[in-house]
Ligand binder design. Sequence first.
Ligand SMILES: C[S@@+](CC[C@H](N)C(=O)[O-])C[C@H]1O[C@@H](n2cnc3c(N)ncnc32)[C@H](O)[C@@H]1O
Ligand code: SF4
Ligand code: SF4
Ligand code: SF4
Length: 442
Amino acid sequence: MRDCLSIIEEFKKNQNNIEKSIELADKITDKLKNYKLAVYPAGVNGHLIQETLLQYNIRVDKFFDKNYNKIVQVNGVKVLAPDEIEQCDDNTILLICANLRTRYDFFFENAKKINPNIKILNGEMLNRMLKYSNCFNKFKNNKQINLYECEHCGFEKQYCPIATMSLKKFANHKELPNDTRSDKFDWFGYIVSQTCTLKCKHCCEQVALLNDKGFTPVEELVKDVKKLAESTKWLIFVELIGGEPFLHPNIEELITELLKIENIGYIKSFTNATVIPSDELCEIMKNPRFMLHMSNYENILSGKLLENIHKTREKLKEKGVNYLFTPNFEWLDFTGYELNPNQTDEQSLKKAFNDCFISNCNRVYKGVLYRCPHQYSGIQLGKLKKLPIECIDIHTMDKEELSAKLQEFAQLDYIDACKYCKLPYDAKPVPAGEQLGEKVHA
Ligand SMILES: C[S@@+](CC[C@H](N)C(=O)[O-])C[C@H]1O[C@@H](n2cnc3c(N)ncnc32)[C@H](O)[C@@H]1O
Ligand code: SF4
Ligand code: SF4
Ligand code: SF4
């Protein structure tokens, strides 16, 4: 077991060395064959490690999950209550499969509490290690990697050299000699409109309270994105958000034009799935440099809106469009702009900003770059100040100046808005997607 742990540690340190990582993957699979493997919990990441291990002819013996009586089994393998971790013997390794550090820590501590002798490995790290060889072969054979697999592999949170090489190749990225463009600013979300089909009470962008019902024209939006792409060394991705991006009257043209911009790894769009995509949009979304992210409102909606969500999912399936589905049942409530007495001095603000999971959720709306959704919505509503350095008017400067500003912007220690925010420590969990006012029926 010590061997397996040290192989994982070696992989963590050598992730940029692809050959070495593939060698380590072979080593660890040899060792894992001598153990019984259990997976905790049985979520998306748990399913993935099971699939990946099967490619190496290694079977998962059992899953543990608090919803064991609802899930029952995963591809024929039984799901047990976490309490039964106590029964795991010396010959069992528990793979903890959670993509957020805090969630990993929670499952790790819980498993150790139930069985202090349990042998534990980081399932997400193992999954990444075992995927290297397949993904590298794809790259060498000029095939594009699968963005949806990368997302589950944690690529947006943690750099992967294979994903980056592949994205750069297919995005026509060119290394420039003496390139002084920003290398710290590497992704953002463009708010295509403040219009939405829903009125979520706790929407992070406070869309239900915003009044601008127009849509940024394709030409302006593409020009902004191009300018930002040309002012940075490399943009991993650009995401479309809103409001509801699929309400944009020219969404097909918009995505087509964005996909033509060089120096961007991929384009991603969120949707609440209440607007059924056209046949043309479905075809465009099959581009391997595009990723669709569907949020979960099925539990909260009814009537025509729920019907539309079902129709959207059916259509995407029929047209062969892949999408990422976040089954979130809980959000955090960080609405409101009152002073947070725990976040007023420089030290606490820096700590809060550093711990906030959306502090780099850069947003652009009508040519202005904001550092996070809370700051953006507060400024839109006239509750927060639009301060220089913390917000950039990209229309008012040339690319050279913009590049320098982006570099500075990406390295801010905190923003003034953190003084008026419940995140990261004081925001309460709320049911995801709860609607304002009457129950929503179309
Ligand atoms: C603001 S929405 C915009 C796109 C689209 N209207 C949608 O809902 O998918 C972007 C993402 O933020 C998530 N979101 C909104 N408010 C949130 C909150 N308070 N906590 C956590 N996630 C939130 C939504 O579920 C969605 O996945
Ligand atoms: S992040 Fe993507 S390319 Fe990298 S190992 Fe994972 S699936 Fe493969
Ligand atoms: S979170 Fe809700 S209100 Fe906000 S943009 Fe998405 S669907 Fe609309
Ligand atoms: S204002 Fe600060 S703490 Fe609040 S969401 Fe933005 S970055 Fe996070």
